[in-house]
Ligand binder design. Sequence first.
Ligand code: TEU
Ligand code: CA
Length: 623
Amino acid sequence: MEITRNSRLKDVIKTASGHDIIARLLYSLGMDLDAVRRTPLGLLKIGSLKRLSFGKLSDASVDALIEILNSLKDEDPGEDGTVRHEWWKEAVFYQVYPRSFRDSNADGVGDIPGIIEKLDYIKSLGVDAIWCSPFYDSPNADNGYDIRDYRKIMAEFGTLDDVRRLIDECHARGIRLIIDLVMNHTSDEHEWFRKALAGDEGYMDYYIWKDEPNNWTSFFSGPAWKYFPQTGRYALHLFADKQMDLNWDNPQVRREMYDIADFWLDLGADGFRLDVVSFISKADGLPDGDPTVGKLISFTGIEHYFHGPHLDEYLREFNREVLEPHGAYTVGECPGNGIRMSRMITGDDRGELSQLFSFDHIDNPGKKRFDVYDLDLRKMMPELLRWQTEYSDHCWPTIFFDNHDNPRMCSKIDHAGRYHDQINKLLATILLTMKGTPYIYQGSEIGMTDYPFTDLSQYRDIESLNYFDEQTGKGMTQKEAMQRLLYGSRDHARIPMQWDGTSAAGFSDAEPWIGVNPDHVTVNVADEYFDPDSVLNFYRYMIGLRKDHKKALIYGSFRRIDAGKDVLAFIREANERFTVVVNLTGGTAKRPKGISGDRIISNYSDPGSMLRPYEAEVYFSRI
Ligand code: TEU
Ligand code: CA
């Protein structure tokens, strides 16, 4: 379908790219796609988006948008109602951020032997697999997401033998290990880049160069291009200026990446979390982005690489050459891809990736991570629920609320901290009863919260530090910039794991590389381990429930019960029925009528007549 200014929105959203991009634009403007689907808005022509955007989109932006929509592919994996059974559909994953998990040798930095020390704890949660954030040799411009040598381990973290041992010790406990592979970019200290700078033409072509930069901006502030006097040209870096984007159009680069992946699978890794893998293919000629469209999606230029022209082709090649022969699992980090384009990446018969992470639910419509606001769970639901009902039987969602790139969800919802206990249990309830593969980020299972940062010197993350400089440079007051960091910094997720109530929270015997949250005196593994009412034991119960009732809770149907806007209620059903009821607000709400079965768990002990703030409960019945 050729899209023109006269195409109606309801028709544009029938294509995968039209659906996802319009959804994303509306989301940024504070609206949900359902508005276009269910109201006369759908009859509007795409040319009138300018009006809908309150003037944010100019005529030129609308034309740019139409061009992008026409340039993106539209293929559908189809749907025939059969769900294939796979280990990773039945698994609960646990994400470990090595720098902050456990320091075994008292240098203040977490390490691989530290993870091994805590494997029995991870096992005790009932999880089946671990995703470990990068542990490769790196100068740490971005905590290891800037890799200097893909076959070496960061000295602070240990040795290759430690990683071998980690793999073996995981397997000995029946836990699978997936590792975090960064294939979109390398460190500027990687030998390929150093050879490129030294004038080696072959290695120059491993990276992306331009004589004059285009207008793309970096995720970590400023332009996405850095000038190198050695070559007289600019090199592309979508992230830090020490993270150089690789040229995936060069077959040799792809070969190198496949060899690296082979190396790790041969060593015993069970698969990969693939860092920003959806960004590997950039539009031919690296054209300027439309600043408005880019910013509404996220950053200027992103429309030219978030699902680039060769993405599907390269992923298929990677799959054929490496993943398939090893039977390896993959979860791709795919920011910007909405549900329909994600189906193109994860459909059973597409031969690309097993699963992916999408991010829209992590912030409310119209909000961005650094915005100062309390997240409203009611506004999260339309996006979250779409993945339950519209992703098709040939795709399998991931579900998560926390990771190493976001403040803690319980804090995002309730900065004042009145209801953290209830909210953490509520999130666990949703995470472990919805359809899809749950990912638990270290510390969520004990209810860790954001760090009370008060001074710039307490931050470590390059994104936060660059953001502060850029915003204050543009005239924002220091006070406001600090406030925005407090709401959005990734460092909140990177403070040490809280093992006990001692001074460094049992993370280390030395001064940790980043502050320890004062709340560790009450929020910690040791205190929660034997407390039946703890967040930790709530998680354990929910994980166990999911595993004991696979038919219903993993492969069973998902059906919503209409319960008004303040309450989420749904049924998971196969041979048994689970009914989940959740008050999405901090006020009281009415329990929907006709709920049957035994109330088997809740974040309040006795059932009240009304649902109390953030109350979550699960009912069980045989059918
Ligand atoms: O993150 C990429 C990325 O775009 C995220 O910051 C994303 O925008 C965010 O999670 C949405 O809330 C990956 C890694 O996870 C991150 O730690 C790295 O810094 C980045 O790639 C560069 O490698
Ligand atoms: Ca250490």
